[in-house]
Write a new protein. Structure first.
Length: 399
């Protein structure tokens, strides 16, 4: 395929580039350690032979990523499934989802797209802040990831955003791939999943025609991701207190790596993905004469509602909402044993946080907020908002 050279610095590898990349990866000592951990009884030569047998990125995903994810689901969850009844598996879409886990949100989507009958997976937007090691960058580009360039000056950022937008349009309409992108930069640490209009503005920089035309060309599908338990919940709570107490505190590459490994290795309970209808038809009903900022806000709000209304809630979500508000409003959704087990889970997660001047009360609220917000937003999206108190009095917010 003839791919414009302007995309070379951000795009996934093409099939003809894979053999050289495989050799580069297999010669990397850190990657060899990863392979030894994942495949302790398999020789490097046998792995190399299997890798070189993968002639396309999709073949690599099916040979290496799919079995790994299936094993992960069996060992560290109570099942992972997706409802895709609102979309056509023969079409291509841009999946815009809430963001819980750095690695697994998009990885599970790849597996689930195969499970429901798609003949391809998706290209994944990943921030360059997570790609510090050259071998990691190679690996994710084999796995159909394209790079979101961050920490640039304003002029460079504008140029990079336009290039990424044009690449997403190219991936959907020329390469005929699906695309996944989170609804915001970074994970929502309190699980209050809100689409950043800036993401939509970026997406509308590519393509042709009006803003609505350009977004329709991407065939956006709001995607809801629901984990019963988030292994990184205590890390997110810790980050809240550090941001609150330590002037100019910033996450490091080591913090990101800790989150990635914790998310992969931790127990997740039930996992559910649900696709809302593609918003193409809805976009045709939007008033295009309104100011641009209001237009993007309107579209973002619609995506939020679609994501929120398609959450799958678990007993812990209702328990957290009751615990946070000191009520018993939602006891029809859980048992006393559920409540006891979740309380024990909270205590165990709190015990994992080791920082100076540890504020247990504040951290507990931070933890509870991550499980309460999906329930609050779900009920609001479904018109049940009058049943809960305002969480603004309880939940912490992070800039």
């Amino acid at each position: 395929m003839n791919i414009p050279s302007e995309f070379d610095c951000i795009r996934p590898f093409e099939p003809e580039e894979l053999p050289a990349v495989y050799d580069r990866l297999l010669a990397e000592p850190q990657f060899q350690k990863v392979l030894a951990y994942l495949y302790p009884d398999v020789s490097l030569d046998d792995i190399a032979k299997k890798m070189h047998g993968c002639k396309t990125n999709l073949e690599f995903q099916k040979a290496f990523c799919y079995p790994f994810l299936q094993q992960l689901i069996v060992k560290l969850s109570l099942g992972c499934d997706m409802d895709a009844y609102n979309i056509n598996i023969k079409n291509r879409y841009t999946f815009v989802s809430n963001h819980r886990d750095i690695v697994l949100d998009s990885a599970f989507l790849d597996k689930l797209l195969i499970d429901v009958g798609f003949d391809t997976t998706c290209e994944i937007a990943i921030g360059d802040n997570l790609l510090g090691e050259p071998w990691v960058r190679d690996l994710v580009r084999i796995n159909k990831s394209f790079t979101v360039e961050r920490a640039l000056h304003s002029v460079e950022m504008l140029r990079a955003s336009k290039r990424m937008s044009e690449y997403i349009h190219f991936a959907i309409n020329v390469k005929h791939e699906n695309v996944w992108i989170a609804q915001r930069q970074g994970r929502a640490k309190n699980s209050n999943d809100l689409t950043q209009p800036a993401i939509l503005k970026m997406m509308a920089m590519g393509g042709e025609g009006s803003v609505i035309d350009r977004l329709c060309q991407l065939h956006i599908v709001p995607l809801s991701i629901s984990y019963e338990f988030d292994p990184c919940d205590y890390l997110k709570a810790r980050e809240y207190q550090l941001r609150r107490d330590v002037p100019f505190w910033k996450k490091t590459a080591e913090d990101d790596m800790e989150s990635m490994l914790t998310g992969i290795k931790g127990f997740k309970g039930h996992i559910h993905y649900e696709c809302a209808p593609c918003i193409d038809d809805w976009l045709q009903t939007v008033d295009q004469e309104q100011p641009k900022n209001k237009l993007f806000d309107t579209i973002a709000a619609h995506i939020d509602t679609e994501i929120h209304r398609n959450y799958r809630l678990y007993p812990c979500n209702y328990i957290a909402l009751d615990m946070l508000q000191d009520t018993r409003m939602y006891t029809e959704h859980y048992t006393e044993n559920d409540h006891k087990q979740f309380e024990e889970y909270m205590m165990g997660q709190l015990a994992k946080i080791d920082i100076e001047n540890k504020d247990d009360r504040y951290l507990r609220v931070c933890l509870l907020s991550q499980y309460a917000y999906p329930a609050k937003n779900y009920m609001a999206a479904r018109g049940e908002g009058g049943r809960f108190k305002s969480l603004l009095n309880y939940l912490p917010f992070m800039k």
